[in-house]
Design a protein around this ligand. Structure first.
Ligand SMILES: Cc1cc2nc3c(=O)[nH]c(=O)nc-3n(C[C@H](O)[C@H](O)[C@H](O)COP(=O)(O)OP(=O)(O)OC[C@H]3O[C@@H](n4cnc5c(N)ncnc54)[C@H](O)[C@@H]3O)c2cc1C
Length: 293
C-alpha cells in the first residue's frame, strides 16, 4: 500500500534517522540492552540530530514545525532497526505538549533550550504505587508554604519512564482535597528539578520488554518546589492530563503498527535463511508474508 502522508522533507528526515541509528545505536544496542538503560550522553547526540527540537518554536532553539509526522518517522525507524531510544520518547512525545501548552514565556525560556539540546531531559510522573488508571486517587501532596514562595512535595511515584536519568520531572500532586462531587479537582502539575533536596530515585524496574527504557520509582520527602515551577493553573492538573494523553496514545498506535511490520520483516528474513532446525533452506525464500511499502 502506498502512503501519501509523508513528503520529500519527511523522507529526507527518515534517511537521516536511519543512517544515525545504523551508525550510533545498532552497534552498541546489545550493551544498552544488557545494562537496561541508554547512556546519558546519548541524549546529547539526539539533541544534536535535532529530534528534540522539531516542534519547539524557533525562539527557543527549535525548528518550529507543528507536526507529529517526524515523531512518527522516528518511531517507525526505531522499530525497523529493532531498537528503542531510552526515555527520549517520553521527553518529546509526552512532556513537550505540556510545556508548549502550559508553560509561561519565562518557563519556556528557562526549560526549552535545554530540552532541545538534551541537557534537560524531562519525564512525567502520574502513577503511584496504589494509583494507576484511577489518577484522581493519587496521594502525593504539594502544600503551599506559609510565605507562598514554594510548595512542599511529599509522596512517591512508580513506573516512571526516563525516571533514572531525568533532569526535570512533571510531577502530578494534590494541592487540595477533592471537591464534593468532583474527585478530579485539586491536582496540580509541577516541573520538579530532580537535583532538589529530598528528591530520590528508587529502584530501576526490571521489565519484560522495553529493556532500554529506564523505568523508575521516585520518592519525595519535603521537596521544596519553587512556585515558579508550577505548570499551568493550580488544581487544574487532571484536565491537563486528559488533554495531553491522546498524543501518547497516537505514539503507541504508530509504534504498534511499526513493530508488527518489523516483526513480519524479521520473520521473513529469518525464514529466508533457516528452517526450524536452524539449517539454511533455499525454498523458504518465497514466503507468504507481504510487506507494506
Ligand atoms: C513500561 C511502562 C512505562 C510507564 N511509564 C509511565 C510514566 O512515564 N509515567 C507514569 O506516570 N506512568 C507510567 N506507567 C504507568 C502506567 O501509566 C500505568 O501502568 C497505567 O496507568 C495502569 O495503572 P496500573 O498499572 O496501576 O494498573 P491498574 O490501574 O491497577 O489496572 C489494572 C487492570 O485493571 C483494569 N482496570 C482498571 N480500572 C478499571 C475499571 N474502572 N474498569 C475496568 N477495568 C479497569 C486496567 O485496564 C488494567 O487492565 C508506565 C507503565 C509501564 C508498564
Amino acid at each position: 500500500m502506498q502512503r501519501t502522508v509523508f513528503d520529500k522533507d519527511h523522507e529526507a528526515f527518515r534517511e537521516t534517522v536511519r543512517a544515525f541509528l545504523e551508525a550510533e545505536v545498532v552497534p552498541v544496542y546489545d550493551q544498552w540492552y544488557e545494562q537496561g538503560i541508554a547512556p546519558r550522553d546519548f541524549y546529547y547526540k539526539l539533541g544534536e540530530l535535532g529530534v528534540f527540537g522539531i516542534e519547539v518554536p524557533e525562539e527557543f532553539g527549535g525548528a518550529g514545525i507543528e507536526s507529529f509526522k517526524f515523531q512518527a518517522i522516528l518511531i517507525e525507524e526505531c522499530a525497523r532497526a529493532a531498537v528503542s531510544l531510552g526515555g527520549s520518547g517520553v521527553h518529546v512525545g509526552l512532556c513537550l505538549p505540556y510545556i508548549l501548552n502550559l508553560a509561561t514565556q519565562e518557563q519556556k525560556q528557562r526549560w526549552l533550550p535545554g530540552f532541545v539540546s538534551g541537557e534537560t531531559m524531562f519525564a512525567i510522573a502520574m502513577t503511584e504505587p496504589g494509583t494507576g488508571s484511577d489518577l484522581a486517587g493519587m496521594r502525593t501532596t504539594a502544600k503551599l508554604s506559609a510565605d507562598g514562595t514554594h510548595y512542599v512535595l511529599n509522596g512517591s511515584k512508580t513506573f516512571i519512564t526516563g525516571g533514572v536519568l531525568a533532569d526535570r520531572v512533571i510531577v502530578c500532586a494534590r494541592t487540595a482535597a477533592p471537591a464534593e462531587g468532583d474527585r478530579r479537582h485539586g491536582i496540580s502539575l509541577f516541573a520538579v528539578d530532580t537535583k532538589s533536596a529530598g528528591y530520590t530515585v528508587g529502584r530501576k524496574l526490571d521489565k519484560l520488554g522495553l529493556k532500554v527504557s529506564d523505568t523508575a520509582e521516585l520518592n519525595f520527602t519535603d521537596v521544596q518546589v519553587p512556585v515558579e515551577d508550577l505548570l499551568g493553573e493550580e488544581h487544574k492538573g487532571f484536565s491537563y492530563l486528559g488533554q495531553n494523553l491522546p498524543q501518547e496514545r497516537a505514539s503507541i498506535a504508530v509504534g504498534a503498527y511499526a513493530q508488527a511490520k518489523a516483526a513480519i520483516r524479521f520473520a521473513k528474513e529469518y525464514t529466508r535463511q533457516r528452517n526450524v532446525f536452524g539449517q539454511p533452506v533455499a525454498s523458504f525464500q518465497n514466503t507468504k508474508f507481504e510487506l507494506a511499502a
